[in-house]
Design a protein around this ligand. Structure first.
Ligand SMILES: CC(C)(COP(=O)(O)OP(=O)(O)OC[C@H]1O[C@@H](n2cnc3c(N)ncnc32)[C@H](O)[C@@H]1OP(=O)(O)O)[C@@H](O)C(=O)NCCC(=O)NCCS
Length: 210
């Protein structure tokens, strides 16, 4: 893929210019994930979220599936290290409901937090999802973080995750106005199934029984 975007979180309104060291710590690039990124991405997710991440209800919508086409991104830091990840997944809004996307996990290398990498990953993911014609994105996460990207729990009250979750953390963003009107029921996985070999590898990596 060639449309790599460069993002920099340098604060242009600051009256004090950052030192070269500060500027390079803040420079990063958001690019589509490639197969060679998988091991570093999984290691980052373990560091950022812990091994229990695979027990989340969202995982029921992701396990054994491919992410949505063109909607997996990583961030590279100035040193060429993978420092962030976000992926989106095809779902359905209830058994016979409309298609939508589930976002997550979103994670940033602990040492690289707070310089805008999470926001840049979110903005790229939302932009590409809209460009590809998707109509809504759902996720489970902190409203105080995701509200800045337009997510809220207003339109998820008739929808449910396929497992335990806190309602105030079940959030949605309409990419097309009204996309979630009338949506109800339990979210269903809808992504392309992983090849058997990949599914086995991802189960082994999680340390969970299938
Ligand atoms: C959440 C996360 C992705 C944010 O990444 P990041 O690159 O540090 O985020 P940004 O630099 O774009 O934004 C930083 C801002 O978000 C805020 N923020 C970070 N996590 C937050 C949270 N859980 N709730 C509310 N605000 C949060 C910071 O306080 C900071 O606020 P400021 O802009 O007012 O200073 C990152 O902290 C992370 O990987 N956390 C562990 C994994 C995780 O919790 N993922 C989300 C699952 S819901």
């Amino acid at each position: 893929m060639s449309h790599h975007a460069t993002a920099s979180a340098i604060n242009t309104t600051s009256t004090v210019a950052p030192s070269c060291e500060e500027a390079s710590a803040r420079a990063f690039q958001i690019v589509p994930e490639r197969p060679a990124d998988v091991a570093a991405r999984e290691a980052l997710l373990n560091r950022a979220m812990g091994l229990t991440r695979k027990r989340k209800s969202s995982e029921k919508l992701r396990r054994g599936r491919e992410p949505a086409d063109g909607l997996a991104f990583v961030a590279y830091g100035a040193g060429g290290k993978l420092v962030g990840t976000v992926r989106l997944w095809n779902i359905r809004l209830g058994r016979r409901g409309a298609p939508a996307l589930l976002l997550g996990p979103l994670a940033v290398e602990p040492a690289a937090k707070g310089v805008g990498i999470g926001s840049a990953l979110m903005q790229r993911a939302i932009f590409e999802a809209a460009r590809l014609g998707h109509r809504a994105i759902l996720l489970v996460g902190d409203a105080s973080y995701y509200a800045r990207f337009g997510f809220s729990a207003v339109k998820t009250n008739r929808l449910a995750m396929p497992g335990p979750y806190e309602m105030e953390r079940f959030l949605a963003l309409e990419l097309e106005a009204g996309a979630l009107d009338g949506a109800h029921g339990v979210l269903q996985p809808a992504g392309r199934k992983l090849a058997i070999r990949q599914a086995l590898l991802s189960t082994a990596a999680s340390g969970c029984a299938p």
